[in-house]
Every structure is written in structure tokens, then in C-alpha cells.
Design a protein around this ligand. Structure first.
Ligand SMILES: [Zn+2]
Length: 126
């Protein structure tokens, strides 16, 4: 109802080029899709905080079919699901070589014209 999205384009958090999260002062719940209230307890006015950008890969997929035109140029590309140190679970694009259990760091990259989380390895032992 009370949505004031400035454009129809999907904006990956509303944190611009940083990985941001929100934090509920009432119950301590942490999440990363910005919402006007806490999804756990309904408390209003959560605070945005900068997320800890490190985590561990818990699932990976190599995408061969793009979900829409903009991503066709990137195919095939790797998507990973990452358990962040703060307890969030974030899906994002990643280096093709990432595997389950890899330690990763998240940065926001512009892919297909929009800011998206991109994960690179932090443990560089070959
Ligand atoms: Zn809460």
C-alpha cells in the first residue's frame, strides 16, 4: 500500500552500492531486504546498518538460462547462496569456481545494468 518505489526497476537493497541490512531494536532480528517494519515482530522503524560482508557458501548453481533479456549476455553464470557471518542468507552472483564451503566476501557489482551482490573467495589457498 504505502510503497514509494521511485522506479519499476528492481533495486537490490535500497543501500545503493553497499551491502546494507536492517536491524530490529525490539527483537534483534536482522534481515537484508529493506522493509518498513521488522518481519519477525512487526516493530516499526528498524535501523539500517552496514552488513558484515563475509560469509560461507552453502549452495551454488550454474545458470544456463537467463531469467530475462538483460542477463543473457552473462550466461552461463554462477549463483550462490551464502550464510553471512551476521546470520543473513544472501543470494548473489559469484566467481565461477566457487564451491560449497568456500569463504567469501560480498561486494556490490553492476551486472546487467543493476547493482547486485557478487561474491569472491577470501581463502585463496589453491
Ligand atoms: Zn523485531
Amino acid at each position: 500500500m504505502n510503497s514509494h518505489t521511485s522506479s519499476s526497476k528492481q533495486n537490490w537493497t535500497q543501500g545503493g552500492s553497499q551491502l546494507l541490512q536492517q536491524h530490529c531494536r525490539a527483537c534483534g532480528h536482522v534481515w537484508y531486504f529493506f522493509r518498513p517494519f521488522c518481519p519477525a515482530c512487526g516493530e516499526e522503524s528498524p535501523e539500517p546498518t552496514q552488513a558484515n560482508a563475509n560469509g560461507v557458501v552453502c549452495a551454488t548453481t550454474l545458470v544456463h538460462r537467463a531469467p530475462d533479456e538483460r542477463f543473457k549476455a552473462l550466461v552461463p553464470y554462477r549463483l550462490v547462496l551464502v550464510d553471512m557471518q551476521d546470520g543473513m542468507r544472501v543470494m548473489g552472483h559469484a566467481e565461477a569456481s566457487l564451491q560449497i564451503g568456500d569463504q567469501v566476501h560480498c561486494e556490490i557489482h553492476t551486472l546487467a545494468g543493476q547493482p547486485l551482490p557478487f561474491f569472491t573467495r577470501t581463502d585463496h589457498e589453491a
